[in-house]
Design a protein around this ligand. Structure first.
Ligand code: SIN
Length: 308
């Protein structure tokens, strides 16, 4: 009997396919297409302390095999989110991963305290890598000291056994070094990778296409970057669970991330073109794993690291 379940830190998921933060809101829109509980879990859009309208428009641009976004963490703020979105999600029977983002270390501490008492949350994704902020100094994941400070603040305030997944940026020279830092600061798992900082210039206006000038590149164009980052981090920290993401569009793509070292895979940009992408990818991945002779998802995690 094939065991499709997986774990991220101490949290168990029935299958390894989740949504990616920011690509499915809090799941309401997707729920008209399929039962959310058929996925391993829903990762909600990163939420900040205060309501936030995000960056000026235009804030999306198509790119070859991908897209660029500069949403700027638009959202209702943690209080309204916990009042409206979470109670609804709790009725859906799906595993919930709440994603938080802060502008300061203290924001992360307050957010962690607010989430601490919420029941039925499988894990907390700590987004320390959003590229769409006014100040690159706020990309906590780009420096070991700031990455550590944010995760330590969350760990101190969320409590000892709440699973924390730190979301890292690929825009660093040594992602395994940052990963090591956040794990020693208290993260149980890692979300790899956030979008890659990019820019598009409109050749008719001869100005940047996005009002925020830069944006985060996602979609199949970044998949090799995700596979490389997951492979490097799994090699350095083989016992730390990884939630992999970056341009996964079909079961073979999901398999690549798992073979590199991811225990679960988030589907993001593919959902914009096909709201059923995550459920289709889940079925494809299960069939591929069985077909290749694996008895469980766990057996395939990091398989690409094996010597022949
Ligand atoms: C955004 O809202 O700007 C995207 C969030 C992220 O990439 O972390």
């Amino acid at each position: 009997m094939f065991d499709f379940s997986t774990t991220l830190g101490s949290s168990r998921f029935d299958n390894p396919i989740l949504t990616a933060s920011g690509c499915a809101g809090s799941g309401k829109e997707l729920s008209q297409f399929f039962p959310l509980a058929s996925l391993g879990g829903i990762v909600t859009k990163s939420i900040m302390l205060k309501p936030r309208s995000g960056r000026a428009t235009p804030r999306m641009a198509e790119t070859p095999s991908g897209m660029l976004n500069s949403i700027g963490l638009q959202g209702p703020g943690i209080d309204l989110f916990l009042e409206n979105d979470i109670p609804w999600l709790q009725t859906q029977g799906v595993r919930i991963v709440i994603s938080i983002a802060g502008e300061t270390v203290e924001d992360y501490a307050v957010l962690a305290r607010k989430v601490r008492g919420v029941s039925g949350v499988a894990a907390l994704e700590v987004n320390i890598s959003c590229p769409n902020v006014e100040n690159r100094g706020q990309v906590f994941a780009c420096h070991p000291e700031t990455a550590r400070a944010a995760i330590e603040a969350v760990r101190r305030n969320v409590g000892g056994d709440f699973p924390i997944i730190a979301k890292l940026s690929p825009d660093v020279t040594d992602i395994a070094g940052i990963a090591t830092e956040v794990v020693s600061a208290g993260a149980d798992g890692l979300a790899l990778i956030n979008t890659v900082l990019g820019m598009v210039i409109d050749t008719s206006t001869m100005r940047p296409k996005l009002a925020g000038k830069t944006g985060g590149l996602s979609g199949p164009a970044i998949r090799p970057v995700a596979v490389r980052a997951i492979y490097q981090v799994h090699q350095a920290l083989p016992h730390v669970s990884i939630l992999g993401m970056g341009g996964v569009s079909n079961g073979q793509d999901a398999l690549q991330l798992i073979l590199a070292g991811a225990s679960a895979v988030s589907v993001g940009t593919a959902t914009f073109g096909n709201p059923l992408a995550a459920v289709t990818i889940k079925s494809e991945l299960e069939a591929i794993l069985i077909n290749k002779g694996f008895n469980s998802t766990a057996e395939a995690v990091g398989y690409a690291h094996r010597a022949d």
